[in-house]
Design a protein around this ligand. Sequence first.
Ligand SMILES: Cc1cc2nc3c(=O)[nH]c(=O)nc-3n(C[C@H](O)[C@H](O)[C@H](O)COP(=O)(O)OP(=O)(O)OC[C@H]3O[C@@H](n4cnc5c(N)ncnc54)[C@H](O)[C@@H]3O)c2cc1C
Length: 401
Amino acid sequence: MARLAQTAGLTDIQREILSTVRDFVDKEILPVATELEHRDEYPQQIVDGLKELGLFGLMIPEEYGGLGESLLTYALCVEEIARGWMSVSGIVNTHFIVAYMLKQHGTQEQKDHFLPRMAAGDIRGAFSMSEPALGSDVSAITSKAVKDGDEYVLTGQKMWLTNGGTSSLVAVLVRSDEGHPEGTAPHKSMTTFLVEKEPGFGEVRPGLTIPGKIDKMGYKGVDTTELIMDGLRIPADRVLGGETGRGFYQMMDGVEVGRVNVAARGCGVAQRAFELGVSYAQQRHTFGKPIAQHQAIQFKLAEMATKVEAAHAMMVNAARKKDSGERNDLEAGMAKYLASEYCKEVVEDAFRIHGGYGFSKEYEIERLYREAPMLLIGEGTAEIQKMIIGRRLLEEYRFQG
Ligand SMILES: Cc1cc2nc3c(=O)[nH]c(=O)nc-3n(C[C@H](O)[C@H](O)[C@H](O)COP(=O)(O)OP(=O)(O)OC[C@H]3O[C@@H](n4cnc5c(N)ncnc54)[C@H](O)[C@@H]3O)c2cc1C
């Protein structure tokens, strides 16, 4: 499927990286993805391969041992990986958000301590904002940190940590009242803590428990967990950036690039669904001809391909905007919203093209059908994207009368 989702203006290095990743996806991910997904098995061999390719350090600056690549390169790699198996892109994504937050907001000591080992993939990151009672409304966080000498004591329950079990560094957002008087706006009394822990489940550090994997309808293989803090002691030098009260802003910055990433995943999954649909439509015959020769099916294919193209163009635009140093919340919100909605629609059409066989676990489209909905939720639901887009539009088009 060379024709769709082309990106103009890439450098030779970007093209080389992408062709290496695509080759890896075709040879190492696609042949095993569905089987591993059905067993809900962590793709250790694939992760080891990505480590060898240097993918965990793709955007980490060269001075810390990474490849120092742009958000665009990263997003295009994610698109390729998600075309193979969305769960693998999930393993990379939270790691990338934490590395980005460290690069942008960490103290020099924190960067020196974490980034080289993150670039090598030896430390892998997860990030945690959501709680059992909130996801969209981050300002309502109740987990908290209380200062005790040179340490903070953290208590509270967190929810939905992608890579909660397999990571060894979690960026956790909590409320920290220290230094912030009563009446401070909710988003100004939040702090991100860099919490190191052993990978695995159970009590992974005194005061910190990862209970086990949440059983999900799709997005399997990658672990999603709760996190319980009960008197978890964290040294003051593990406050991201060294200053309390900046956590909300830091997390939102991370999530903004995460949104480009989720858009890229939507593009990758939609591309794969198109490939499966267009291939099946030429093999299955009804009423004496391949179903691809029925105009109703051709129209479906035309709509699917158009959506793949549109989503890819918006995702690339949002990544390039961020790479140019400009604010990209509008573009990232639009790309995330459109790519995840289109992804769901393209997958649904590919499913319909498969007729009854789409319902069988023997066909790859069955897996995609269970995976696509996650993109409608992660990194902010469609409603939240529309709120962001709407607010920005009213800023840009302020009534002057
Ligand atoms: C598989 C998976 C992995 C995840 N990984 C992570 C992770 O790694 N780290 C992390 O911190 N979180 C993670 N999340 C959590 C995710 O970010 C939240 O689920 C998401 O933000 C939605 O929050 P919620 O589930 O609490 O829904 P709610 O916020 O309760 O929303 C419920 C519904 O109400 C709508 N809604 C809410 N507010 C408004 C409003 N003002 N106007 C209109 N509609 C509104 C929402 O759009 C949604 O349709 C993950 C979730 C899943 C499913």
